[in-house]
Design a protein around this ligand. Structure first.
Ligand SMILES: Cc1cc2nc3c(=O)[nH]c(=O)nc-3n(C[C@H](O)[C@H](O)[C@H](O)COP(=O)(O)O)c2cc1C
Length: 203
C-alpha cells in the first residue's frame, strides 16, 4: 500500500475481531517502524506499553468508559513519555556521530529542557503524536486498522501500568483486524478555513 492510500484509508475503527491475534513479529515490526518517527534532538522520549493480554485489555476497556475497541482489538499501545529523558545519559541519542558535535548537542539539549516543565510536557506530546501517526499508517500498510484514544481514566491507567512518577501518558492506539467499517467521515473543514498564507489575516 502506498503512503497516500494508507493516509486516505486510515480511519478510527471501533469494531474489531476479538479472536484475531497479531504475531509477535508483526508487533515488533510495528514498534520498529514507530521508533523511526522524528523527535526533537532525537530525544526518543516516547515509551510504549503494549498490551495483548485479554484480561488486561478488558480492564483497560472498563477504564475507557467501556469502549469495545479496547477489549476487542488485538493490541493496545499506551503511548507514554519520559519527561526527564533530556537528563538521562543524553549522549546515547547520538551514538553515531563524533564526540565534539555530540557534546555540543548535549549542552543545547540540557539548556532546552532543564527546569522547563512546560517544554518537557510539550515535547512528550509532540513525540507521542508523531509516533501515534506512524503506528497508524504502518498498521494500515500491514492490513490492520487502528483507533487513537484519549477517552480513558489517565490516573487509573497510569496506576495499572506502574507509570513512573516522571512519565506521562499521551494517548492509546488500538490495533487490530477490522470487523466493521468506521462511520462515514464527520467532514473535513475547507482549506480556506484553516490555511493562512504567510500570516493570519482577516480572521
Ligand atoms: C487524540 C485523539 C483522541 C481520540 N480519542 C478517541 C476515543 O477515546 N474514542 C474514540 O472512539 N475515538 C477517539 N478518537 C478518534 C476521533 O474521534 C477521530 O479521529 C475523528 O472523529 C476523525 O475520524 P477518523 O480518525 O476516522 O478520520 C481520538 C482521536 C484523537 C486524535
Amino acid at each position: 500500500m502506498d503512503t497516500f492510500e494508507a493516509i486516505k484509508t486510515r480511519r478510527s475503527v471501533k469494531n474489531f475481531d476479538k479472536n484475531y491475534k497479531m504475531t509477535k513479529e508483526e508487533i515488533n515490526q510495528l514498534l520498529k517502524l514507530a521508533i523511526l518517527s522524528p523527535t526533537s534532538y532525537n530525544i526518543q522520549n516516547w515509551r510504549f506499553v503494549t498490551v495483548t493480554d485479554q484480561t488486561i485489555k478488558n480492564k483497560l476497556s472498563e477504564l475507557s468508559h467501556g469502549q469495545p475497541q479496547v477489549s476487542d482489538a488485538s493490541l493496545v499501545i499506551i503511548l507514554c513519555a519520559d519527561l526527564n529523558s533530556w537528563n538521562k545519559e543524553p549522549e546515547r541519542y547520538w551514538t553515531n556521530i563524533p564526540e565534539e558535535p555530540r557534546n555540543a548537542l548535549v549542552i543545547s539539549l540540557r539548556n532546552s529542557y532543564n527546569g522547563k516543565l512546560e517544554q518537557q510536557r510539550d515535547e512528550a506530546m509532540r513525540s507521542c503524536g508523531m509516533a501515534a501517526q506512524t503506528i497508524m499508517l504502518a498498521a494500515r500498510s500491514m492490513g490492520y486498522d487502528t483507533c487513537p484514544m484519549k477517552g480513558f481514566d489517565y490516573d487509573s491507567v497510569g496506576k495499572m501500568i506502574d507509570l513512573p512518577d516522571d512519565h506521562v501518558i499521551s494517548m492509546m492506539v488500538v490495533v487490530g483486524k477490522k470487523l466493521k467499517d468506521a462511520s462515514p467521515r464527520g467532514g473535513q473543514l475547507p482549506l480556506s478555513d484553516i490555511v493562512f498564507e504567510n500570516r493570519f489575516k482577516n480572521v
